[in-house]
Design a protein around this ligand. Sequence first.
Ligand code: DC
Length: 224
Amino acid sequence: MTKVPVVTIDGPSGTGKGTIAALVAQRLGWHTLDSGALYRVLGLAAGRAGVDLDDGEAVAEIAAALPLDFAGGRVLLAGEDITDAIRAESAGMAASRVAVHGPVRAALLDWQRAAARAPGLVADGRDMGTVVFPDAQVKVFLTASAEERARRRHKQLKGKGTDASLADLLKDIQARDERDRNRAVAPLRAAPGALELDTTALSIEEVGDLVLAAVRRGAPDLVG
Ligand code: DC
């Protein structure tokens, strides 16, 4: 069996990983994996089941039997469309809490690796290049200042008609960064050899072009 090519895009929240992953995948005609969505769904499902999010074994049990479907760009949990619900700040925070547990991360590994299907995969998250796809052909690590990331989130929420406080968003981002970077299992880190890009002053198109150029350099035989 030939190995499916994988591009990993990791970084803290609000760096535009998901948007860039979608853009790059679209240009290459490849699949995407939004691994953060998995942790968000799990945070929501565990919360609804009344499970303590700090109880790793109990959350891992829910992870192992998650009735989850990605259909037509929508996220379904036991048939219920939760695409919008998992984008709430509270779901991001719950995701970050369940993501600290080793057994939870182990339970989600197969799910994530199964996403590597021909002709290729662009996977975004925190540990795509370090843990889930350590053999990926091309690895990217995106950063941006916390202030800029809070501003981007504020603008995005405003576009959806929600007026969140910039100061609260900044606090949330800093709390999630702290937890994601300092957890014992699969902490947020740039993979060795990853292309590190500070996107603070770059547009989505500029970042997309830089990532595509890296793919052309790293895997010239895979792209035209
Ligand atoms: O990318 P995101 O903001 O949707 O991710 C939500 C949370 O899920 C993030 O704060 C940490 C966790 N996460 C993780 O631990 N590992 C991943 N590969 C993706 C997300």
